[in-house]
Design a protein around this ligand. Structure first.
Ligand SMILES: O=C(O)[C@H]1O[C@H](OP(=O)(O)OP(=O)(O)OC[C@H]2O[C@@H](n3ccc(=O)[nH]c3=O)[C@H](O)[C@@H]2O)[C@H](O)[C@@H](O)[C@@H]1O
Length: 446
């Protein structure tokens, strides 16, 4: 306290009511001098504050890497998007052209997560058959954005425009729905990956819960309402031990937060269907793999590590049983996605009002042949002509489930879904793409 006194003593001379402050008499020289001393200080602080405000306005942090925004920040960002990126007929024309079907009875589809693995393949397939496709993706850095940009180049070549934006951006979604009367929404944007949920749990809530609700809000308010098809996951079966997994089985014991958010999505879908008459179909994907795949998935980084001579970890259960997955090839999943869009009935509501009961469906899109991870590695060794440096470990408590196995009877009967690619044939195509893609790049960035 005694030390502070000299520093704070000048405050004693300032009366509590500023208007009563009586300045000391000073010479004109001193007054001018003091003014000049104050002006630069004032200007400097104003300048710093102005720069700070401008910085936060023009460089908002990437949506999925940061903790979720507060509503106030979101509104600011929406306004910003409105004023900066949504102005201009060039942008609008690109959206309009991309969303226009070329086939007579073609759909107009909004594909969220368009530069994701499944999103890219589905978008290209839709465009190829004459549907209009507008992509939406936030290009987040969960994995190599270079790969996302390369997929985007592929989409551009096919005449598909991908809007860079987040599904949480309501103003952006409204703008897109104003421009294009989407008949369908193929919702594939999500925070994927089971193990990463322990590192960044809130990113799962942000994309898989908040983002999904935001999207459904726009869909239910649209007139007419679009049909919604979206990606759930085999992970919702969690600790279910009855095999093969059927849509009727329990899904109330998720083993990871990722699975919990996908299960939450299924319940959210139920409520929007029930209240607003939205037609919604959820697809439970079973470990989808193939060319242009996701580098965070085991088959992908095993390939990278085997080629680099790096050790790979193979998880096993108690009693030395290796974990197993019902790996499903991308082309089979794409067919399932298109069939879900084609067989869906229209939503019944409009402008937020339900007019009758609407369709609510859920399907397994698996391969029906679980393969142990050890076998996955032997196939890769054969295809890469390289021996893997394997380390077998007990499965850590990381959210992974020991095995998956799909019963696809329902999808077969109602969607005509018939997977036809076994793991060896599918991995052969993946490895061919992998060597071409990564081999052609001088310096790999992932
Ligand atoms: O279809 C699904 O339900 C899910 O499929 C994958 O999840 P996962 O099947 O766990 O795929 P990987 O992460 O590639 O793991 C495959 C298997 O390899 C095992 N693994 C993983 C990593 C590792 O270092 N070693 C290892 O043995 C895992 O335990 C798992 O059994 C996706 O990452 C999820 O986004 C998706 O929802």
């Amino acid at each position: 306290m005694t030390q502070l006194k000299p520093i704070l003593s000048h405050l004693d001379s300032i009366p509590s009511t500023p208007g009563k402050f009586k300045s000391e008499k000073v010479s004109p020289f001193n007054t001018t001098f003091n003014r000049f001393r104050l002006v630069p200080r004032f200007t400097l602080w104003s300048l710093v504050s102005l720069l700070a405000v401008l910085f936060f306005l023009f460089f908002p942090s990437p949506a999925n890497n940061a903790a979720p925004d507060s509503p106030a920040i979101r509104i600011k960002r929406r306004n910003l998007q409105n004023s900066v990126s949504l102005v201009g007929s060039k942008w609008e024309n690109r959206v309009l052209a991309s969303g226009r079907p070329s086939a007579k009875e073609g759909f107009s589809v909004l594909v969220t997560g368009a530069v994701g693995f499944v999103g890219t393949h589905v978008s290209v397939a839709l465009k190829k058959r004459g549907d209009g496709v507008v992509g939406l993706d936030n290009f987040n850095s969960y994995y190599d954005t270079g790969l996302k940009k390369a997929r985007n180049a592929l989409l551009e070549k096919s005449g598909i425009f991908v809007v860079e934006g987040d599904i949480n951006d309501a103003a952006l979604l409204e703008k897109l729905f104003d421009l294009v009367k989407f008949t369908h929404v193929m919702h594939l944007a999500a925070q994927a990956g089971v193990r990463y949920a322990m590192k960044n749990p809130l990113s799962y809530i942000h994309s898989n819960v908040d983002g999904f609700v935001n999207l459904l809000e726009i869909c239910k308010s649209s007139n007419p309402q679009p049909i919604v098809v979206w990606a759930s996951s085999s992970s919702v079966y969690g600790l279910n031990s009855k095999v093969p997994f059927s849509e009727k089985d329990r899904t109330d014991r998720p083993a990871s937060l990722y699975a919990a958010t996908k299960k939450a999505g299924e319940e959210i879908a139920h409520s929007y269907n029930h209240i607003y008459g939205l037609s919604i179909t959820g697809l439970r994907f079973f470990t989808v793999y193939g060319p242009w795949g996701r580098p965070d998935m085991a088959y992908y980084f095993f390939t990278k590590d085997i080629l680099k001579g790096k050790e790979i970890k193979i998880y096993e259960e108690v009693d030395h049983v290796t974990v197993a997955r019902d790996f499903t090839y991308i082309d089979d999943v794409v067919k399932g996605c298109l069939a879900a869009l084609d067989t869906a009935q229209k939503s019944t509501g409009s402008g937020g009002r339900k007019k009758g009961a609407a369709q609510l469906r859920i399907y397994n899109l698996g391969n029906t042949t679980p393969v142990p991870i050890g076998r996955l590695v032997s196939i890769l060794e054969k295809l890469l002509k390289t021996k893997a440096k394997k380390k077998v470990l007990p499965m850590p408590r990381n959210g992974d489930v020991p095995f998956t196995h799909a019963n696809i009877t329902l999808a077969r009967e109602e969607l005509g879904y018939k997977p036809s690619t076994d793991l060896e044939a599918g991995l052969k195509k993946f490895v061919k793409w992998y060597v071409g893609y990564h081999g052609s790049k001088k310096k790999s960035s992932w």
